[in-house]
Design a protein around this ligand. Structure first.
Ligand SMILES: [Zn+2]
Length: 298
């Protein structure tokens, strides 16, 4: 191949990458539930361009997932959330700390024996990233998007019988759109939230604990009243997640269900407009799995 053809090929390749990356900037809220196997790793991109990563999944797959949904020049995470210190949520965050500039870490910090969790905390301290202990009183604002922390009510510390129930529960509010992210919170937390009158209603629910039967009680699902339930679980996982009972409850309530074990990465773009921006159509051709979501009029 001549030099000219090689240069032209490189130029075309770079041009295509640049166009693809520019198309990633939509000016709308985006949620990507990454396909990282059995675990959780979610990316939120605000209309103003902030990026928030919630959990990192069980391995390094999160890096590939971030590469797919973020423009190549975006190496900054405005907030990194660790919902609780189980391996399937924390492991991927360690390599993320090495490759991204992280502006802040929000976590629930029970005393829990896990070497990866300890390595994560040590690295966060070493890089001197500001750490916020999750509590309902402390919410976060990124441009037009609010992260309303609903749980834990007060900062968690000490040993716990079940660290799933230390999970940070966040309601993301952006204009008319509301997304409820529950980590691996189980039915005990759901009951506490309902008893406290916490504002759990949302259009989208990321189901607790990978669709396990130990989360998603009918009372909780009814109070959330979501149109769509997203379940993050690995294909053929050892736990049988999502459990049939959870899927049946969602069906009873007329919730659509999207699962990462069946669909791969689930990407939603939230349009607050009555029309879908033109850029979305271009993107949808390049990334057919991207779905537009507009909340039903209330
Ligand atoms: Zn988990």
């Amino acid at each position: 191949m001549s030099k000219k053809i090689i240069l032209l090929t490189i130029a075309l390749g770079l041009g295509f990458t640049l166009v693809q990356d520019l198309l990633k900037i939509t000016g709308e809220l985006e949620l990507h539930v990454l396909d990282i196997g059995q675990g959780d790793a979610l990316v939120l991109q605000t209309p103003e361009g902030h990026t928030i990563l919630i959990d990192g999944g069980p391995g390094t797959g999160v890096l590939e997932g971030l590469g797919e949904v973020l423009p190549f020049f975006d190496r900054t995470l405005d907030l990194l959330v660790l919902t609780h210190p189980h391996e399937d949520h924390v492991a991927g965050l360690v390599p993320v700390l090495d490759r991204f500039e992280v502006k802040g870490v929000l976590l629930s910090a029970p005393d829990y024996e896990n070497q990866t969790y300890k390595a994560f905390l040590a690295r966060v301290a070493e890089v001197k990233i500001p750490v916020y202990l999750a509590e309902a009183e402390r919410d976060f604002e990124f441009g037009s998007v609010t992260l309303d922390v609903l749980y834990p009510f007060e900062p968690v510390s000490g040993k716990m019988e079940n660290v799933n129930n230390a999970s940070v529960v966040i309601r993301v509010v952006s204009g008319e759109n509301e997304i409820l992210l529950t980590g691996d919170a189980e039915q005990e937390v759901e009951a506490e939230l309902l008893a406290a009158g916490a504002p759990v209603s949302a259009d989208i629910l990321k189901a607790g604990h990978h669709g396990s039967r130990t989360s998603s009680t009918p009372e909780f699902l009814e109070a959330v009243g979501a149109e769509l339930m997203i379940i993050s679980s690995g294909t053929g996982n050892d736990y049988g997640h999502p459990h049939e009972e959870t899927l049946a409850k969602a069906e009873d309530l007329g919730m659509e269900v999207l699962r990462t074990d069946l669909e791969g990465t689930v990407s939603l773009i939230f349009s607050t407009l009555h029309f879908v921006p033109r850029v979305y159509w271009l993107r949808s051709i390049l990334a057919p799995r991207l779905r537009s979501f507009s909340s039903r009029p209330s």
